[in-house]
Every structure is written in structure tokens, then in C-alpha cells.
Design a protein around this ligand. Structure first.
Ligand code: ATP
Ligand code: MG
Length: 184
């Protein structure tokens, strides 16, 4: 697997200034008082993986992920999140297989939508989603558990619970890829 090594947020939700986080090997914990941005950080990760639904990001429109201003700080017009993955084992898809590292960025500009890049090259949202269409990663992966989601799973309808189990079994990514190949 390609390991997440670094995350950089600029203008995403409460992260108004550029914030960079190095992820060391092992377990990483993020702690802080209520409202300090812990959930925003996890949402930034999902957003950069190509999440298309603003609702699951607690935003009423996609532009609402952009820093909306605070006392003394004006709102921004753009937000950008960068995810760095270690590609030492050369598992990245072509044409990025030989790169040492993958830098995936999603950038949004008010009223103009999102653009995605991998190592500086512009790609489609779908390319980024497929890159992460894997049980252990991905914007909809069961590895990313939203606040309150445990209760939702317990109370879910059988089909919804089955989707969670399929994702946990690692076959949801296969469904996504099969669907993609049928479109071609
Ligand atoms: P808890 O411990 O209660 O779960 P948390 O650390 O997860 O808290 P978050 O939910 O990540 O906190 O952060 C909430 C904060 O982010 C709120 O203060 C909210 O105003 C701020 N916030 C959310 N969206 C934006 C935005 N677009 N611009 C500026 N601030 C924002
Ligand atoms: Mg939270």
C-alpha cells in the first residue's frame, strides 16, 4: 500500500493559513478541544480523495468548504488540500508508477468548481477517486468513520449495512472499477 505521509491544507474550512501535517509511521492521534478542527481535518482528507457530496462534509454547498471568515480574518476565495503518498513500492497507476511520491491536490475556487492534480498534472475527479478506490482508503471507505456514524450503521437499512460490509471486505473498489470499464 501507498502510505499517507503528509497533508497540507490552505483555506479549507477553519484552516485559513497553510497548515502542514507530517504523518509518521505508526499510530497518529489528533487531539484538541471542541471546535478546534479535528473533524475538519478528516473531511479535508476525504475531500481531496474526490468526495462529491457536500452534505457528508457538513457543508450546504461545495463552496462552503472554503474558509468563510472570522473575527478579523476575511473569507478566502480558494481552498486547496494536498495529500502526499509514499510510492517507494511503485504501486501507483500509470503514468505515475515510477514517481517516488504522489502529490494529489484538489483546489476549489468560489463559483468555479474543483480542479485535481497528481504531481502537477491535471486529472479528472474520477481518476483521483479510482486511485483511492480501495478498502483501506477512499473518501467513502469504512476506514474513515465520521462522528455519529457508528449509530447510523446500527440503525441502517439492510442494503446500506451490506454496502458497508462489502467495502470492509474490499469488493466495493472492484465494483467501482468494473462499472468504469463497462462505460468504456
Ligand atoms: P469536536 O471535538 O466538537 O468534534 P472538532 O475538533 O471536530 O470538534 P470541527 O468540527 O472540525 O471541530 O471544527 C468546527 C469549527 O470549524 C467551527 O468553529 C466552525 O465554525 C469552523 N468551520 C467550519 N467550516 C468553516 C468555514 N468554511 N470557514 C471557517 N470556519 C469553519
Ligand atoms: Mg469533531
Amino acid at each position: 500500500h501507498m502510505k499517507l505521509t503528509r497533508l497540507r491544507l490552505v483555506g479549507f474550512k477553519s484552516f485559513v493559513d497553510s497548515s502542514e501535517i507530517e504523518i509518521e509511521p505508526g499510530l497518529t492521534g489528533i487531539v484538541g478541544p471542541n471546535g478546534c478542527g479535528k473533524s475538519n481535518l478528516v473531511e479535508a482528507l476525504r475531500w481531496a480523495m474526490g468526495e462529491g457530496s457536500h452534505k457528508t462534509l457538513r457543508a450546504s454547498a461545495m463552496d462552503d468548504v472554503i474558509f468563510s471568515g472570522s473575527a478579523g480574518r476575511p473569507a478566502r476565495n480558494t481552498a486547496e488540500v494536498l495529500i502526499a503518498l509514499d510510492n517507494a513500492h511503485k504501486q501507483a497507476p500509470a503514468p505515475f508508477t515510477d514517481a517516488e511520491e504522489l502529490e494529489i491536490t484538489r483546489r476549489i475556487e468560489r463559483e468555479k468548481g474543483s480542479t485535481y492534480r497528481v504531481n502537477g498534472r491535471e486529472v479528472r475527479a474520477r481518476d483521483v477517486q479510482l486511485l483511492f478506490a480501495d478498502a483501506s482508503t477512499g473518501a467513502r471507505s469504512p476506514a474513515l468513520v465520521r462522528q455519529g456514524q457508528i449509530g447510523e450503521i446500527i440503525n441502517a437499512k439492510p442494503e446500506a449495512r451490506r454496502r458497508v460490509l462489502e467495502e470492509a471486505a474490499g469488493i466495493a473498489g472492484l465494483h467501482a472499477r468494473r462499472h468504469e470499464s463497462e462505460l468504456k
